[in-house]
Design a protein around this ligand. Structure first.
Ligand SMILES: Nc1ncnc2c1ncn2[C@@H]1O[C@H](COP(=O)(O)OP(=O)(O)OP(=O)(O)O)[C@@H](O)[C@H]1O
Length: 236
Protein backbone atom coordinates (compact mmCIF):
# COMPACT_ATOMS: atom_id res chain seq x y z
CA UNK A 1 0.00 0.00 0.00
CA UNK A 2 1.14 3.55 -0.75
CA UNK A 3 -0.51 6.24 1.31
CA UNK A 4 -0.20 9.95 1.90
CA UNK A 5 -1.42 11.99 4.81
CA UNK A 6 -1.86 15.79 4.70
CA UNK A 7 0.85 15.84 2.08
CA UNK A 8 1.93 19.20 0.65
CA UNK A 9 4.16 19.02 -2.39
CA UNK A 10 6.09 21.58 -4.37
CA UNK A 11 9.46 23.15 -4.87
CA UNK A 12 11.52 24.65 -2.04
CA UNK A 13 8.81 26.35 0.02
CA UNK A 14 6.38 26.91 -2.86
CA UNK A 15 3.50 24.45 -2.43
CA UNK A 16 2.00 23.26 -5.74
CA UNK A 17 -0.67 20.91 -4.32
CA UNK A 18 -2.03 21.06 -0.77
CA UNK A 19 -3.34 18.42 1.54
CA UNK A 20 -3.15 15.17 -0.39
CA UNK A 21 -4.54 12.22 1.56
CA UNK A 22 -5.13 8.93 -0.24
CA UNK A 23 -4.31 5.23 -0.10
CA UNK A 24 -3.38 3.18 -3.14
CA UNK A 25 -3.84 -0.53 -2.62
CA UNK A 26 -3.35 -3.80 -4.51
CA UNK A 27 -5.75 -4.23 -7.39
CA UNK A 28 -6.18 -0.51 -8.05
CA UNK A 29 -5.64 1.08 -11.44
CA UNK A 30 -5.51 4.78 -10.63
CA UNK A 31 -5.94 7.49 -13.24
CA UNK A 32 -4.10 10.63 -12.14
CA UNK A 33 -5.81 13.50 -13.91
CA UNK A 34 -5.59 17.28 -13.93
CA UNK A 35 -4.83 20.21 -16.23
CA UNK A 36 -1.33 21.18 -17.34
CA UNK A 37 0.56 22.37 -14.28
CA UNK A 38 -1.91 20.77 -11.81
CA UNK A 39 0.95 18.93 -10.09
CA UNK A 40 0.71 15.38 -11.48
CA UNK A 41 4.43 15.00 -12.22
CA UNK A 42 5.34 16.70 -8.94
CA UNK A 43 3.20 14.17 -7.07
CA UNK A 44 4.64 11.22 -8.98
CA UNK A 45 8.18 12.43 -8.31
CA UNK A 46 7.37 12.91 -4.63
CA UNK A 47 5.91 9.41 -4.34
CA UNK A 48 9.03 7.82 -5.78
CA UNK A 49 11.30 9.97 -3.62
CA UNK A 50 12.83 12.35 -6.17
CA UNK A 51 11.13 15.47 -4.77
CA UNK A 52 10.92 15.66 -0.96
CA UNK A 53 7.51 16.68 0.43
CA UNK A 54 7.18 20.26 1.70
CA UNK A 55 5.26 18.74 4.64
CA UNK A 56 3.08 15.73 5.50
CA UNK A 57 3.73 12.02 5.08
CA UNK A 58 4.21 9.45 2.34
CA UNK A 59 4.16 5.85 3.46
CA UNK A 60 5.05 2.76 1.42
CA UNK A 61 4.09 -0.67 2.72
CA UNK A 62 5.19 -3.22 0.20
CA UNK A 63 5.62 -6.92 0.89
CA UNK A 64 8.49 -7.88 -1.35
CA UNK A 65 11.14 -10.56 -1.41
CA UNK A 66 13.41 -8.48 -3.64
CA UNK A 67 16.65 -7.33 -1.99
CA UNK A 68 15.89 -3.68 -2.68
CA UNK A 69 12.15 -2.89 -2.35
CA UNK A 70 12.53 -0.23 -5.06
CA UNK A 71 13.24 -3.09 -7.48
CA UNK A 72 9.55 -3.88 -7.17
CA UNK A 73 8.57 -0.48 -8.54
CA UNK A 74 8.38 0.32 -12.25
CA UNK A 75 8.76 4.04 -12.84
CA UNK A 76 8.50 5.79 -16.18
CA UNK A 77 9.04 9.57 -15.92
CA UNK A 78 7.62 12.15 -18.30
CA UNK A 79 11.02 13.09 -19.70
CA UNK A 80 12.85 10.22 -21.30
CA UNK A 81 15.34 8.35 -19.17
CA UNK A 82 17.30 6.51 -21.80
CA UNK A 83 20.87 5.32 -22.03
CA UNK A 84 21.75 7.02 -25.31
CA UNK A 85 24.95 5.01 -25.83
CA UNK A 86 23.41 1.54 -25.99
CA UNK A 87 20.99 -0.38 -28.18
CA UNK A 88 17.24 -0.79 -27.78
CA UNK A 89 17.79 -4.31 -26.40
CA UNK A 90 20.40 -3.23 -23.85
CA UNK A 91 18.26 -0.34 -22.65
CA UNK A 92 15.41 -2.72 -21.89
CA UNK A 93 17.69 -5.47 -20.53
CA UNK A 94 19.16 -3.05 -17.98
CA UNK A 95 15.73 -2.87 -16.30
CA UNK A 96 15.48 -6.48 -15.08
CA UNK A 97 19.25 -6.76 -14.53
CA UNK A 98 19.27 -3.76 -12.21
CA UNK A 99 16.19 -5.19 -10.50
CA UNK A 100 18.27 -8.24 -9.53
CA UNK A 101 17.05 -10.75 -12.13
CA UNK A 102 19.40 -13.58 -13.11
CA UNK A 103 20.71 -13.37 -16.69
CA UNK A 104 18.36 -15.98 -18.21
CA UNK A 105 15.28 -14.53 -16.51
CA UNK A 106 16.28 -11.00 -17.54
CA UNK A 107 16.70 -12.16 -21.15
CA UNK A 108 13.27 -13.77 -21.05
CA UNK A 109 11.40 -10.75 -19.63
CA UNK A 110 13.32 -8.41 -21.96
CA UNK A 111 12.16 -10.40 -25.00
CA UNK A 112 8.57 -10.44 -23.71
CA UNK A 113 8.59 -6.67 -23.08
CA UNK A 114 10.11 -5.92 -26.51
CA UNK A 115 7.35 -8.02 -28.05
CA UNK A 116 4.58 -6.37 -26.03
CA UNK A 117 5.75 -2.90 -27.09
CA UNK A 118 6.28 -4.16 -30.64
CA UNK A 119 9.96 -3.15 -30.85
CA UNK A 120 11.63 -6.59 -31.18
CA UNK A 121 12.72 -5.74 -34.72
CA UNK A 122 14.53 -2.63 -33.43
CA UNK A 123 16.55 -4.59 -30.81
CA UNK A 124 19.98 -3.98 -32.33
CA UNK A 125 19.41 -0.30 -33.19
CA UNK A 126 21.10 2.49 -31.23
CA UNK A 127 18.37 4.38 -29.37
CA UNK A 128 19.31 7.69 -30.99
CA UNK A 129 18.48 6.15 -34.40
CA UNK A 130 14.80 5.51 -33.59
CA UNK A 131 11.78 7.82 -33.37
CA UNK A 132 10.54 9.63 -30.26
CA UNK A 133 7.53 7.31 -29.94
CA UNK A 134 9.81 4.28 -30.28
CA UNK A 135 12.08 5.70 -27.54
CA UNK A 136 9.03 6.04 -25.32
CA UNK A 137 8.26 2.36 -25.98
CA UNK A 138 11.84 1.45 -24.97
CA UNK A 139 11.50 3.31 -21.70
CA UNK A 140 8.22 1.58 -20.85
CA UNK A 141 9.50 -1.84 -21.97
CA UNK A 142 12.40 -1.50 -19.53
CA UNK A 143 9.98 -1.05 -16.62
CA UNK A 144 7.65 -3.83 -17.85
CA UNK A 145 10.65 -6.21 -18.05
CA UNK A 146 11.31 -5.67 -14.32
CA UNK A 147 7.87 -7.20 -13.58
CA UNK A 148 7.26 -4.92 -10.62
CA UNK A 149 4.35 -4.95 -8.17
CA UNK A 150 3.84 -1.21 -8.52
CA UNK A 151 3.80 0.75 -11.77
CA UNK A 152 4.09 4.55 -11.57
CA UNK A 153 3.84 5.98 -15.04
CA UNK A 154 3.91 9.65 -15.99
CA UNK A 155 2.04 10.10 -19.28
CA UNK A 156 3.20 6.74 -20.66
CA UNK A 157 1.06 6.98 -23.80
CA UNK A 158 2.54 10.28 -25.02
CA UNK A 159 3.98 9.52 -28.44
CA UNK A 160 2.44 6.03 -28.56
CA UNK A 161 -0.03 5.14 -31.31
CA UNK A 162 -3.55 4.07 -30.39
CA UNK A 163 -2.91 0.35 -30.85
CA UNK A 164 0.22 0.31 -28.66
CA UNK A 165 -1.46 2.43 -25.97
CA UNK A 166 -4.36 -0.03 -25.79
CA UNK A 167 -2.02 -3.02 -25.75
CA UNK A 168 -0.04 -1.45 -22.90
CA UNK A 169 -3.14 -0.63 -20.85
CA UNK A 170 -4.59 -4.11 -21.44
CA UNK A 171 -1.33 -5.58 -20.09
CA UNK A 172 -1.37 -3.24 -17.07
CA UNK A 173 -5.00 -4.13 -16.35
CA UNK A 174 -4.07 -7.83 -16.31
CA UNK A 175 -1.32 -7.02 -13.81
CA UNK A 176 -3.77 -5.06 -11.64
CA UNK A 177 -6.22 -7.96 -11.74
CA UNK A 178 -3.36 -10.17 -10.50
CA UNK A 179 -2.69 -7.80 -7.55
CA UNK A 180 -0.43 -5.02 -8.84
CA UNK A 181 -0.94 -1.29 -8.34
CA UNK A 182 -0.88 1.02 -11.37
CA UNK A 183 -0.83 4.81 -11.00
CA UNK A 184 -0.73 6.57 -14.33
CA UNK A 185 -1.17 10.14 -15.44
CA UNK A 186 -2.51 10.88 -18.89
CA UNK A 187 -4.49 13.44 -20.82
CA UNK A 188 -6.18 10.63 -22.78
CA UNK A 189 -9.35 10.52 -20.71
CA UNK A 190 -11.13 8.10 -23.03
CA UNK A 191 -8.36 5.54 -22.64
CA UNK A 192 -8.23 6.01 -18.87
CA UNK A 193 -11.99 5.57 -18.59
CA UNK A 194 -11.77 2.17 -20.26
CA UNK A 195 -9.13 0.79 -17.90
CA UNK A 196 -8.94 2.72 -14.61
CA UNK A 197 -10.71 1.61 -11.45
CA UNK A 198 -9.98 4.79 -9.47
CA UNK A 199 -9.48 8.49 -10.11
CA UNK A 200 -7.15 10.94 -8.40
CA UNK A 201 -8.12 14.39 -9.64
CA UNK A 202 -5.91 17.40 -8.94
CA UNK A 203 -7.12 20.92 -9.57
CA UNK A 204 -6.84 24.40 -8.15
CA UNK A 205 -3.82 23.29 -6.08
CA UNK A 206 -5.87 20.64 -4.31
CA UNK A 207 -6.88 16.99 -4.38
CA UNK A 208 -10.43 17.45 -5.70
CA UNK A 209 -11.32 13.77 -5.77
CA UNK A 210 -9.92 10.39 -4.88
CA UNK A 211 -12.09 7.30 -5.15
CA UNK A 212 -13.67 4.79 -7.52
CA UNK A 213 -14.09 5.87 -11.14
CA UNK A 214 -17.76 4.81 -11.09
CA UNK A 215 -18.50 7.07 -8.09
CA UNK A 216 -16.77 9.97 -9.83
CA UNK A 217 -18.96 9.63 -12.89
CA UNK A 218 -22.65 10.43 -12.78
CA UNK A 219 -24.64 7.88 -14.70
CA UNK A 220 -24.24 8.37 -18.40
CA UNK A 221 -21.42 10.93 -18.03
CA UNK A 222 -18.06 10.20 -19.59
CA UNK A 223 -14.79 10.91 -17.76
CA UNK A 224 -14.08 13.63 -20.31
CA UNK A 225 -17.44 15.37 -19.69
CA UNK A 226 -17.14 15.01 -15.94
CA UNK A 227 -13.60 16.41 -16.00
CA UNK A 228 -14.63 19.41 -18.12
CA UNK A 229 -17.70 20.08 -15.94
CA UNK A 230 -15.61 19.98 -12.77
CA UNK A 231 -13.05 22.33 -14.32
CA UNK A 232 -15.82 24.77 -15.32
CA UNK A 233 -17.27 24.71 -11.81
CA UNK A 234 -13.83 25.40 -10.31
CA UNK A 235 -13.14 28.28 -12.69
CA UNK A 236 -16.45 30.07 -11.83
N1 LIG B 1 11.51 22.17 -11.10
C1 LIG B 1 10.52 23.01 -10.82
N2 LIG B 1 10.73 24.10 -10.04
C2 LIG B 1 9.74 24.96 -9.72
N3 LIG B 1 8.45 24.79 -10.12
C3 LIG B 1 8.17 23.76 -10.91
C4 LIG B 1 9.17 22.78 -11.29
N4 LIG B 1 8.59 21.83 -12.06
C5 LIG B 1 7.29 22.17 -12.14
N5 LIG B 1 7.05 23.31 -11.46
C6 LIG B 1 5.73 23.99 -11.32
O1 LIG B 1 4.89 23.15 -10.53
C7 LIG B 1 3.56 23.14 -11.04
C8 LIG B 1 3.13 21.70 -11.31
O2 LIG B 1 3.91 21.17 -12.38
P1 LIG B 1 3.80 19.64 -12.82
O3 LIG B 1 4.86 19.40 -13.83
O4 LIG B 1 3.77 18.80 -11.61
O5 LIG B 1 2.34 19.63 -13.50
P2 LIG B 1 1.61 18.48 -14.35
O6 LIG B 1 0.25 18.33 -13.77
O7 LIG B 1 2.46 17.27 -14.41
O8 LIG B 1 1.51 19.19 -15.77
P3 LIG B 1 1.50 18.57 -17.30
O9 LIG B 1 0.14 17.99 -17.52
O10 LIG B 1 1.72 19.81 -18.12
O11 LIG B 1 2.63 17.60 -17.41
C9 LIG B 1 3.56 24.04 -12.27
O12 LIG B 1 3.08 25.32 -11.86
C10 LIG B 1 5.01 24.12 -12.66
O13 LIG B 1 5.30 25.37 -13.24
Amino acid sequence: MISTNNLNIGYKDKVVVHDLSFSLDKGMFIALIGANGAGKSTLINSLIGVIPPVSGQISWKLKTDRVNPFNDVGFSPQSQLIDWYTSVYDNVYQGPLLAGFKTKEAQKTTKQALKLLDISDLSAKPVDHISGGQQQRVQIAREIAREPQVYILDEPTTGLDVETSEKLFTYLKQKVDAGSIVLTSSHDLTLLESYASHVLFLDDHEQKYFGPLTDFLDSGTSLREKYLNERKAIEK
